[in-house]
Design a protein around this ligand. Structure first.
Ligand SMILES: Nc1ncnc2c1ncn2[C@@H]1O[C@H](COP(=O)(O)OP(=O)(O)OP(=O)(O)O)[C@@H](O)[C@H]1O
Ligand SMILES: [Mg+2]
Length: 255
């Protein structure tokens, strides 16, 4: 995925100020930055939930240049999982109906496969989102996103509303799926330890701009921008002790 000069305005205020970045196929770009810096707006612009200017390309497809119909089809190639699955899943739908929203038509067999893919008991498919735990709901949201067979998955603070122990399980699931399916991913989080676990590259947003972008460990070890330095300095654990294991088990102290 390639984003070039992306700009988002709300009235007279420009909240995303012409940012550009590439995420190579199968790579994970972590996006961090203070509250209000424009991370979610960037994500929403990419999936087409917010009008924007600039170019968004998925492989050869230029989402800004094609017709409305082609754009809708193109947008299916980018799916998003939100922070709060309580509001992103329709409470009147069953789990199966929620997942099937991502399918061209309802297909019970495919729904069952998708539930298994995210390690959810297919016996839950007639439950309503409100009857599930937060972690189970996020799995449903992930299954719905994967139902569309996207090339790009955008995860915006997907574990922020979960308990620490459940966060680790959902992150491990996401990382496993990202690798198995070769998904290209934009992973937004406040938590530097979590981003370090998930991402190959790290971009830092500040005031609607990307002020730093590079391989995660390089940015953490040698931040060049003053804002990135202050961001890292505010997290005493970074650089002092390893927060996360390199293997598949995410250390629970990651919060
Ligand atoms: N629909 C909207 N109308 C007007 N302003 C908006 C709208 N959505 C977002 N903004 C403003 O755009 C700016 C960026 O918001 P955004 O939600 O992208 O930040 P963020 O980096 O995701 O923050 P957080 O870390 O808190 O999630 C903020 O100043 C916000 O108030
Ligand atoms: Mg946000």
């Amino acid at each position: 995925m390639s984003v070039e000069n992306l700009e988002v305005r709300f009235g007279s205020s420009t909240v995303v100020k012409g940012i550009s970045f590439d995420v190579p196929p199968g790579a994970v770009l972590g996006l961090v930055g203070e509250s209000g810096s424009g991370k979610s707006t960037t994500a929403r612009a990419i999936v087409g939930l917010t009008p924007s200017r600039g170019a968004i390309r998925i492989g050869e497809l230029d989402l800004s240049a094609v017709s409305a119909g082609a754009r809708r089809r193109g947008r299916r190639r980018v799916q998003m999982v939100f922070q709060d699955s309580r509001s992103s899943l329709d409470p009147r739908f069953t789990v199966a109906q929620c997942v099937a929203e991502g399918l061209p038509r309802f297909d019970r067999g495919r729904v069952t496969e998708l539930l298994k893919l995210v390690s959810l008991d297919p016996g839950l498919q007639n439950s309503r989102p409100g009857q599930l735990s937060g972690g189970q709901r996020q799995r449903v949201a992930i299954a719905r996103a994967l139902a569309a067979e996207p090339d790009v998955l955008i995860a915006d603070e997907v574990t922020a509303s979960l308990d620490v122990s459940v966060q680790a399980v959902v992150l491990n699931l996401l990382r496993r799926l990202q690798r198995e399916l070769g998904l290209t991913m934009l992973f937004i989080s406040h938590n530097m330890a979590v981003v370090r676990y998930m991402a190959d590259e790290l971009a830092v947003m500040y005031g609607g701009r990307i002020v730093e972008h590079g391989p995660v460990q390089d940015v953490i070890d040698r931040p060049e921008d003053p804002y990135t330095r202050s961001l890292l300095a505010a997290i005493p654990e970074i650089g002092q002790r390893r927060l996360l294991a390199d293997d598949d088990e995410l250390a629970l102290e990651a919060r």
